[in-house]
Design a protein around this ligand. Structure first.
Ligand code: CP3
Length: 344
């Protein structure tokens, strides 16, 4: 990491240092709620956008230019690692991600390629273009999907409501599940290190669907591999660990030693923060549905959260999960402005 950041609020908060206000960024901040996203999306497929560094950079910069946000997040998807490993990935309008060759048998697992990092070179190129455009104004967050969440897409062949096939595999064939998870974890370590070497200023591990698991299964099939990843990536930049289910799993997540735990909207953020070891920051945790509401409600709910967090170092404002595509753009902008006007 070479450039000195002009706005380093996110890095300071991630390292539990004092800031004059919480930094703000939002999961899915470069996406479909923005008319400017559609201008680009109408010309290219989602995967073309991810794989063309100039376009990925254009989309990454949208919330930087239009929302004046405190951090950019690389425009990509958590499933690109699964694609590089051999998953035949497509994104269909209204359907979401699809793998035409789901991983369900021992032979399928053998075929998963762990020497696939060269296929993700476009991410390195995108990071370089984005950092040239950011010119050190704000940090760039890189990311990867956590092994359990990636496994669920590979096994189900796409999104799932109940993770039935995933849970059948964990219960009936745990050894096979562990072979998949280990392969994904090894790729994820190399992939995150590649992003760190390319110049991202922080990384976030997304374990979006951990919420589906019981305490014991979370420990064995998710937490174990996230711990392994956090122990093997370069810790030269802050690491944010996100999972839906963090309201429950936070004590275990802390054992993996992240710099920040990103919390869903169920928990009281201050209670979570105070239950964690010193030096672990929290990120969150506004219910994204609040952003549909009238502006005075948005302001009240953000201030409610801030009043709770007053006096706590190590707090990054974010949503409990991603922005929905039909949230009005001016509501998102308003929320960012409310955060930026606040002072501790
Ligand atoms: O946050 C950002 O702005 C950065 C970009 C980003 C995307 N996906 C863009 C995207 C990030 C960080 C992700 C991560 C991701 N992808 C997660 C973890 C975060 C989370 O929300 O839990 C998951 C589970 C995925 C898998 C995925 N990708 C799904 C389920 C979908 C369909 C989503 C839907 O709402 O229909 C995607 C597609 C996707 N990823 C889009 C975007 C902007 C929409 C693509 C389009 O324009 O059609």
């Amino acid at each position: 990491m070479s450039t000195i950041l002009q706005n380093d609020l996110l890095i300071k908060a991630a390292l539990s240092q004092q800031t004059e206000r919480p930094p703000v960024w939002m999961m899915r901040q470069a996406g479909r709620f923005m008319p400017q996203y559609w201008e680009i999306k109408n010309k290219y497929s989602f995967l073309e956008m991810c794989k063309t560094p100039e376009i990925a950079a254009d989309v990454t910069m949208l919330p930087v230019d239009l929302l004046d946000i405190d951090a950019a997040i690389l425009f990509s998807d958590i499933l690109v690692t699964a694609e590089a490993m051999g998953g035949d990935l497509s994104f269909e309008q209204g359907v979401g991600p699809r793998f035409s060759n789901p991983v369900r048998s021992a032979a399928d697992v053998e075929r998963l390629d762990v020497d696939c990092l060269d296929k993700l070179q476009y991410v390195v190129d995108a990071i370089r273009v984005i950092q040239q455009r950011l010119e050190g104004r704000i940090p760039l967050i890189g990311f990867a999907g956590a092994p359990f969440t990636i496994l669920s897409y590979l096994v189900e062949g796409g999104s799932s409501k109940d993770f039935k096939l995933t849970k059948l595999l964990l219960n009936n064939e745990p050894a096979l599940a562990h072979r998949i998870l280990k392969k994904i974890a090894d790729v994820t370590i190399k992939y995150l290190n590649m992003q760190i070497d390319a110049g991202v200023n922080a990384v976030q591990l997304f374990d979006s669907w951990a919420l589906a698991l019981s305490w014991n299964d979370y420990r064995d099939f998710s937490h174990y591999y996230n711990t392994y990843i956090l122990a093997h990536i370069k810790r030269s930049v802050p690491v944010i660990s996100f999972c839906k289910g963090s309201s429950v799993f936070a004590p275990m997540m802390a054992e993996a030693n992240p710099d920040v735990i990103s919390v869903d909207w169920n928990a009281d953020l201050k209670n979570i923060k105070q239950s964690l070891p010193q030096g672990i920051a929290v990120q969150g945790n506004l219910d994204p549905f609040v952003l549909y509401a009238e502006k005075h409600v948005i302001k009240e709910k953000i201030h409610q959260l801030f009043e709770r967090m007053r006096g706590e170092n190590g707090f990054i404002f974010n949503l409990g999960h991603g922005i929905m595509p039909d949230i009005p753009f001016d509501h998102v902008k308003y929320a960012v402005d409310v955060v930026k006007e606040f002072r501790y």
